[in-house]
Design a binder for this molecule. Structure first.
Ligand code: ADP
Ligand code: MG
Length: 266
């Protein structure tokens, strides 16, 4: 592509938006078999905001994140991270997978899990230096796990493991944080600790995108929502986009009136 001087043509808001976006998907289609799990999805994540990806079970939320990260190869579609291909931007992305998908059969200490987040920063010899250990400990401190550094990860509770994975993500010094159901199966104290860390990242100008299953906390936790049910349903600020209509569009008849009532939606 040729490089041109800026003209009024380049001020196309959609294009500018996409080039600035921490994560922009266009026409993303992913299939495991015959039927696509994600179909022709466009998404444009806003910088410095917390965005919830919501939709029913099997809606393609995890698939969308994995395709965005290049872990799954889409049938069609493109991902750009800050306007560039994902391969060139990996160092700017931290990913916390759905906890159930991680199996800790072999013994691994908590501190070593966090140090994994530092590997790209270790240099050619990959040597862990005292400064790296200090940094990893600092990340454990931020999630309230500083006393568990030498414990085996497999011996921790679900909530404790989730905090450690968040500490590993923090060690990466990323700009974009992608988390798949970070609050699933964690205790209330862990949920509070995680949301506080995510908000502090957001307040420092980082961008957070999380698959989120608890509709009752969307308004309290997030700035923006992205609703999906294989196809994109809606995307935008919580105040205008998290509505009875969009939820019905995403969940079909699966949300009963009392649940809607409890959410106090417009
Ligand atoms: P969500 O995260 O929204 O619950 P997923 O992205 O995990 O949904 O799954 C979307 C659809 O793709 C579901 O129908 C699911 O059964 C299917 N699916 C997910 N992973 C696989 C896989 N590895 N192989 C085959 N089908 C899959
Ligand atoms: Mg999922």
């Amino acid at each position: 592509m040729s490089v041109e001087l800026a003209t009024t043509q380049d001020a196309d808001p959609v294009k500018v938006n996409r080039e600035n976006s921490p994560l922009a998907l266009r026409g993303m289609t992913v299939s495991y078999g015959q039927k696509p799990a994600v179909f022709s999805v466009d998404m444009t994540v806003e910088t410095g905001k917390m965005t919830a990806i919501i939709g029913p079970n099997g809606a393609g939320k995890s698939t969308l994140l994995k395709a965005a990260l290049g872990i799954l190869k889409p049938l069609a579609g493109t991902t750009t991270i800050y306007g560039k291909p994902v391969e060139d931007q990996r160092h700017r992305i931290a990913y916390v997978p759905q906890r159930a998908s991680v199996d800790w059969d072999f013994p691994t200490r908590v501190i070593d899990v966090v140090l994994m987040g530092l590997y790209p920063q270790l240099g050619l010899l990959g040597r862990v230096r005292p400064a790296h250990r200090e940094k990893a400990k600092g990340c454990l401190d931020r999630v309230g796990m500083e006393d568990f550094a030498t414990r085996q990860i497999g011996q921790l509770s679900g909530g404790q493991q989730q905090r450690v994975f968040l500490a590993r993500a923090l060690a990466q010094d990323a700009d974009l944080y992608l988390l798949d159901e970070p609050f699933a199966g964690v205790d209330a104290a862990t949920e509070k600790a995680i949301i506080a860390v995510l908000k502090s990242l957001r307040d420092a100008g980082k961008t957070v995108v999380a698959v989120h299953h608890d509709l009752s906390t969307v308004t309290e936790y997030f700035d923006n929502v992205f609703l999906i049910n294989t196809r994109r349903v809606a995307e935008g600020p919580v105040a205008t986009t998290f509505t009875t209509q969009t939820l019905q569009d995403a969940y079909g008849g699966r949300l009963a009136a009392p649940q809607m009532e409890a959410l106090k939606l417009i």
